[in-house]
Design a protein around this ligand. Sequence first.
Ligand SMILES: NC(=O)c1ccc[n+]([C@@H]2O[C@H](COP(=O)([O-])OP(=O)(O)OC[C@H]3O[C@@H](n4cnc5c(N)ncnc54)[C@H](OP(=O)(O)O)[C@@H]3O)[C@@H](O)[C@H]2O)c1
Length: 230
Amino acid sequence: MDRYLITGASRGIGRAIAIMLADKDKEVIIHGRDKKALDKTAQLVEKKGSKATKIVADLSNTKGVDYLIDEIGTKSIKAIINNAGITLVKPFEEITLEEWNNIFFINVTASFLLTQKLLPLLRKGSSILNILSTASRKGYTKWSAYCMSKYAMEGFTQSIRGELQPKGIRVINIYPGGTATDIWKDVPGEWDFKSMMKPTVVADAVKFALDNPSDVLIDNLTLQNTAGDQ
Ligand SMILES: NC(=O)c1ccc[n+]([C@@H]2O[C@H](COP(=O)([O-])OP(=O)(O)OC[C@H]3O[C@@H](n4cnc5c(N)ncnc54)[C@H](OP(=O)(O)O)[C@@H]3O)[C@@H](O)[C@H]2O)c1
């Protein structure tokens, strides 16, 4: 049975990906911190006939990352989906070192460590899929910490693609524009959710990229809102 790991699957884009990938012959490993919300994702995944394995871990520190890795065990994984992430929007002069370290650990270090330490579980034909952002390639006013973290992941993933190609492991990057999820609750301002894509649109793109034959690489897939990104 193919196993798929999705970090940050308790809500938003991660939950939509988990449901989209769920199928009878698959095990979907769903991760998050919110146990109740993960239970809900598990229910929706199981409804589609998939096995759902829940792992609760805080990815803001090495202890949580190590715990997630231990819980995954030693069976091979078909795809690692690095999705968990947070945002931070404020003038750069006001960003504290604590906030900086926190966003970098969750958005960059955790994905780096998971990718590195789970690599031995990836066989030929498997994939590392990263949910990046249009903010991986464009700076947005007051989004410096978030943009830097996403640019860092851009550098990491573009660099390892060539390292992993000889092993037959694909590195796929998805760059969504504004997507209607709870992440916006932490962003000051009024947001027009109707002009943002739904998490299922991103999940569709993930499934499309993964379902291609393993010798076909969709390397970088950008999804933009026609109304423009905010
Ligand atoms: N929404 C957008 O407009 C947009 C656009 C482009 C890219 N993205 C990217 O898409 C990804 C998912 O975002 P989303 O919009 O779906 O946000 P969301 O609804 O806020 O979901 C974020 C997910 O990350 C998990 N997470 C956050 N902090 C964590 C921590 N310390 N430890 C473990 N898990 C943690 C959350 O789980 P718990 O709360 O259960 O811990 C949740 O499942 C992020 O990488 C984001 O940067 C989003």
